[in-house]
Design a protein around this ligand. Structure first.
Ligand code: GRG
Length: 301
């Protein structure tokens, strides 16, 4: 299977399992409610499912079959989709297009988008706490702890808050490269880091592996963000399924605006090599995650 086929297969498996989980957990009374429809809109029908792919592949690296890692992958995707539904709200990024579709608040209304996001955030932890996710309670507790840390005030939510505060600055150069790097490592990086560490938690590997995978996740998350900034400058709304040039229009400093296009592209190549070097440790077994780094660097959507 090529890398693209593997990513596609993981996306389809994730999508199917997500649909099953929301059906199963909502129960028959809830499945036709407005909230349920908003949850489905936020969660299903689109997205690269790149974070679930990383969970599945980091688990496969340590011999965990896809089925045994799928619920963890779905829990993480619930958090990601909640964050997108909330980020698109008028009070935050005020976006109307996401994954080529109207954003949740545009398709429904603001309260539905807020509640669908809240429900997805909670659902993630409900999924992780279930025995189906892993037979050992201690492993489930570690997954809950690590996903909570990655998502919360010292992770994604904290990064989003720093980002919104930064937008209020009138001088874009008041924000140093270092502070942008820090906020993005929280806002975008923390979930990607969790995705890469998840396989080591599920497999109960030695700490060395966990640290190596977290380091790999760091490089990948940083590259993901630079690529995202570059796409905001160079991509089209058709390719991305969302509005582009939002940062430039808002006069907002980004890694790319501060570093310049050339240096940003060089940094991307450096991060790709770093991620691949970390996967060299696993020889042939690490090849797919090494390719994932190239995917992040070269992606067009
Ligand atoms: C609202 C608490 C809260 C957090 C929002 C993730 C996020 C934090 C905001 C999204 C804004 C953004 C464009 C961030 C840059 C990187 C990113 C997360 C892009 C979207 O992820 P993809 O490309 O999207 O994986 P798909 O649709 O493929 O899942």
């Amino acid at each position: 299977m090529t890398f693209a086929q593997k990513l596609d297969q993981a996306a389809r498996a994730t999508e199917l399992r997500l649909a099953e989980l929301i059906e199963e957990l909502a129960g028959p009374d809830q499945s036709s409610s407005r909230l349920s429809a908003a949850i489905r809109h936020a969660l299903l029908g689109g997205g690269k499912r790149f974070r679930p792919f990383l969970v599945l592949e980091s688990a496969a690296l340590f011999g965990i079959p896809q089925d045994a890692a799928l619920d963890t992958a779905c829990a993480l995707e619930c958090i990601h989709c909640y964050s997108l539904a909330h980020d698109d709200l008028p009070a935050m990024d005020n976006d109307e297009l996401r994954r080529g579709q109207p954003t949740v608040w545009r398709a429904f209304d603001e309260w539905s988008a807020i509640l669908a996001g809240d429900a997805l955030l909670t659902l993630a932890f409900e999924i992780l706490a279930r025995e189906a996710t892993h037979p050992l309670a201690s492993v489930r507790a570690t997954l809950v702890l690590e996903l909570a840390k990655a998502s919360g005030a010292y992770g994604m939510v904290g990064g989003q808050s720093l980002d919104l505060e930064a937008e209020k600055l009138t001088q874009s150069d008041e924000q140093t490269l270092q502070s942008i790097r820090r906020l993005q490592s929280m806002k975008t990086g923390a979930l990607i880091r969790f995705a890469c560490a998840a396989g080591t938690i599920l497999a109960g590997t030695p700490i060395d592996d966990r640290q190596r995978l977290e380091h790999y996740g760091d490089a990948l998350g940083f590259a993901f963000q630079i690529a995202d900034d570059l796409l905001d400058v160079e991509g089209t709304a058709e390719e991305l399924g969302k509005a582009v040039a939002k940062d430039a229009d808002a006069g907002k400093a980004t890694l790319v605006s501060l570093m310049g296009l050339e240096a940003a592209r060089e940094k991307l190549v450096e991060l790709e090599r770093e991620a691949q070097r970390l996967m060299d440790h696993y020889g042939e077994r690490g090849a797919i995650l090494a390719e994932a780094a190239s995917f992040v660097v070269n992606r067009r959507s």
